[in-house]
Write a protein that binds this ligand. Structure first.
Ligand SMILES: Cc1cc2nc3c(=O)[nH]c(=O)nc-3n(C[C@H](O)[C@H](O)[C@H](O)COP(=O)(O)O)c2cc1C
Length: 217
């Protein structure tokens, strides 16, 4: 029994999902990891091993990529590096607020400083955009968004908790610079990885299917 199946079996305790899960018994574990993926906001130690992290990033790199531009870049934060980068995030927030004429409060700066400490491992997934390429930048960005989703699915398949976050720092020029990006590059996501403190909240698996899907005729 794969780890993804273990997650499904645990979720079987949720009566709202029991029927859907029953029909998933025949689902291959790889597909179960896709359907079963849910965010975990609270992630604790241990984080992924080096080998697991490499697997997750390699899964990210197998995303579809128009023109084979390989626009993705990955910056890994673990251990003390998370706190040190937190200082950069806090300085960036202070500058953003000061530009709006707001004096930053200590609690705001502390919250920003501690952002990456919400998981043992955070990967900044960045899109290095070639704006002169025939492939539109939106498609280059889309490839890196697919990268992020692949990483979440791989983490789920490995039994590792995950969450895709963005927020204001993703659009801040000084944060981009600290990651070695240019202003026109994008931070597509901060992928938080670790051990889920509790089983993620289950969403109905077929929620909204009919209202979101139609056959064109
Ligand atoms: C591009 C992108 C950015 C996101 N940024 C945040 C974020 O900064 N904070 C947050 O709480 N959720 C964020 N989310 C949403 C969560 O990752 C999550 O998908 C959502 O809460 C739904 O829960 P689920 O993943 O369990 O279905 C983001 C999702 C995407 C696709």
């Amino acid at each position: 029994m794969g780890r993804a199946w273990l997650v499904i079996e645990k979720r079987g305790a949720d009566p709202a999902l029991a029927e859907s899960l029953e029909t998933m018994k025949e689902t291959p574990p790889s597909l179960a990891a896709v359907i079963n993926r849910r965010s975990s906001g609270r992630l604790k130690e241990p984080g992924p091993t080096e080998e697991q992290l490499e697997t997750i990033i390699r899964a990210g790199m197998s995303a579809p990529d128009h023109g084979r531009l390989r626009p993705w870049r990955f910056v890994i934060f673990e251990g003390e590096a998370r706190g040190r980068f937190g200082d950069i995030l806090a300085a960036a927030l202070a500058k953003r607020l000061e530009n709006q004429g707001i004096i930053p409060a200590d609690h705001q700066l502390n919250k920003e400083r501690n952002k990456l400490l919400r998981a043992p491992c955070v990967v900044a997934v960045c899109a290095v955009i070639d704006h002169d390429n025939r492939i539109p930048w939106t498609e280059q960005f889309a490839a890196v968004a697919a990268t992020c989703e692949n990483m979440l699915i791989a983490a789920t398949a490995l039994g590792i908790g995950s969450m895709w976050r963005t927020g204001e720092p993703s659009y801040d020029a000084s944060v981009k610079e600290a990651l070695g990006l240019r202003e026109n590059d994008m931070i597509t996501g901060w992928i938080y990885l670790g051990s889920a403190e509790k089983a993620p909240t289950s969403a109905s698996l077929d929620e909204g299917f009919d209202s979101h899907v139609s056959y064109w005729s």
